[in-house]
Design a protein around this ligand. Sequence first.
Ligand code: MLT
Length: 411
Amino acid sequence: MAKINENYLKLQAGYLFPEIGRRVAAFSQANPDANIIKMGIGDVTEPLPEACRVAMTKAIKDMGSRESFHGYGPEQGYAWLRDKIVEFDYTPRNCNVAADEIFISDGSKCDTGNILDILGNDNQIAVTDPVYPVYVDTNVMQGNTGAANDQGEYTGLHYLRATEANNFTPEIPDYPLDVVYLCYPNNPTGTVASAEYLKQWVDYALVHNTILMFDAAYRDFITDPAIPQSIYEIEGARKCAIEFRSFSKNAGFTGTRCAFTIVPKDLVATASNGEEIKLHALWSRRQTTKFNGVSYIVQRGAEAVYSEAGQQQTQELISFYLDNAKHIREALASQGYEVFGGVHAPYVWLKTPNNLTSWDFFDLLLNKTNIVGTPGSGFGLSGEGFFRLSAFNTRENVVAAMDRIASKLTI
Ligand code: MLT
């Protein structure tokens, strides 16, 4: 009989969002008339920008004649999309990123997990706590950790605590690590990292030959030009960082699927014989073997993000969600809640009232107001006592949700 990958048996419960979905489904079944407002998973609600739809419609037409038909594309993505990314996202911020260091993919979630294919199993790996659970679970699946302890933390994985006391930016460790996952603007806390803070990480990484896995999926929500939007704004980052980017949140591609990962050619890691190997070459080998690229139609849609109309329409989308976040922050603060994030990010991170646990607050909110959020403890131990509300929603729902909290929850 075939054997399974037993690392999967180490995983705790379900992946966070399906688990929330399960609880909400049970609640709906018991309360079929409840008008549930979902502010849990960060899934966009607003239509795709018109520029993207027009470009994809044209691309479908292209597929209808032999002359303009596209079969397999380049596994790394079409050059016309990669060139635009450099021109619009990196050159203006003085980042030295070449188009052939960009690998177009179907998602940052997939890439942050898949990247482990090219790394060994005996690295010292750190995640922040709280953390986007994918970084943890994919390392467990890969066999990079031991079993979970009774608090749900995996042996062999380092947890860098992000708390209110350190402004949700963990202290730089005083011991060496091989791989560190960073996400800014942060999911789940919605907080951002200053250039000074990121420079400390890059300096640390250069000293210890650490690879920084920098998830910048929410970078377009940064409105303050002084806050870095890319790790490559920090000198030396080309030698120590991989950056993950996505069209999901800025252009509403959660269901359309297009993202990209940057693996600089300067970045190396060692083989067991001490030889330094370029990660760009390994990732290219991995992608060309296991991935056939994102569809031509979708890449044309992503390219349109960089057209004049696309830039304006995506900016409107981002502003729309940021206004939602502002409304959530202000409404909660006026009710006496302590709120964090939500200024340069689509997530608001609030302290649960009356020292409720995150899951108790989840149940209270669902039962009293029919609102679904994400319990902070689902993101790690330091998330206990916190709760995440996503600003990805219609304005009507955000306003209704905040009115319900004001009228039905007294803290
Ligand atoms: C979230 O809610 O944390 C995000 O939707 C996760 C994701 O983008 O995969």
